[in-house]
Design a protein around this ligand. Structure first.
Ligand code: E4P
Length: 228
């Protein structure tokens, strides 16, 4: 599964690159606006931090297909590397997706809430579709179930489009999404920490350390190897 960080906070992104096997970054206008920053400088800095090989998904703010296509081209030129334009699903968004596909520009169709939206976006040429798990859960729907239906449909029709599950508030949602076979998740930096934390792991590491020190004191494995 691909793990992507849903953030435009430079320090958070830097930390995720350093400590986790990160596949990319997603943003949206809400995430970008939280930074109160020079937009162009910000997206270029994100690219510099993650390098050219990791995915960078940036959302369009345009609403007509022509304007979406123009924004996609300009954004791709600005940030370079492995770039995806995030396009919220709508008739204009789908028209833009089909045009971008013909131009060889990769699209992540976003704001997906139903399997049929996902299927049509994939057919229009999206490389990823992004269903919003927690927002579905919040309206007494079932985000994991919706994602599982999309994964199943893509398999059944042999569709070349990946499911990038988004909008998470806890680790249980992420685990269940992994169990239904989504290809990718985009999560907050805080959820990266929570996914890898367990108190029993900390106890185990502490016990290993104490047992080692009871015999070897503060000498490390390397110290002992270098003494030979
Ligand atoms: C990602 O691409 C989405 O824009 C994002 O995950 C939405 O998350 P939210 O529901 O926490 O705003």
């Amino acid at each position: 599964m691909q793990y992507i960080v849903d953030s435009a906070h430079l320090e958070e992104i830097r930390e995720c690159v350093e400590f986790y096997p990160l596949d990319g970054v997603t943003t949206n206008p809400t995430i970008i606006s939280k930074e109160h920053s020079d937009f162009v400088k910000l997206i270029k800095e994100i690219r510099a931090i993650i390098g050219a090989e990791r995915m960078l998904h940036i959302q369009t703010t345009a609403t007509t297909s022509e304007a979406i296509v123009k924004e996609a081209v300009a954004l791709m030129e600005a940030v370079g590397g492995d770039f995806y334009i995030k396009v919220p699903i709508s008739p204009e968004g789908l028209k833009a997706t089909m045009a971008l596909k013909r131009m060889g520009i990769k699209v992540t169709e976003t704001a997906i809430f139903t399997p049929q939206q996902a299927l049509i976006a994939a057919k229009a040429g999206a490389s990823y579709i992004a269903p919003y798990v927690n927002r579905l859960d919040n309206i007494v729907s079932d985000g994991v179930h919706v994602v599982s239906e999309i994964v199943e449909m893509f398999k059944r029709y042999d569709i070349d489009c990946k499911v990038l599950a988004a909008s998470f508030k806890n680790t249980e949602q992420i685990h269940k999404i992994a169990m239904v076979g989504a290809h990718a998740v985009t999560i907050s930096p805080d959820l990266f920490k929570k996914l890898t934390y367990h108190p029993l792991t900390l106890y185990a590491i502490d016990d290993f350390q104490k047992d080692w020190e009871s015999v070897y004191g503060d000498e490390t494995v390397l110290d002992l190897l270098e003494e030979k």
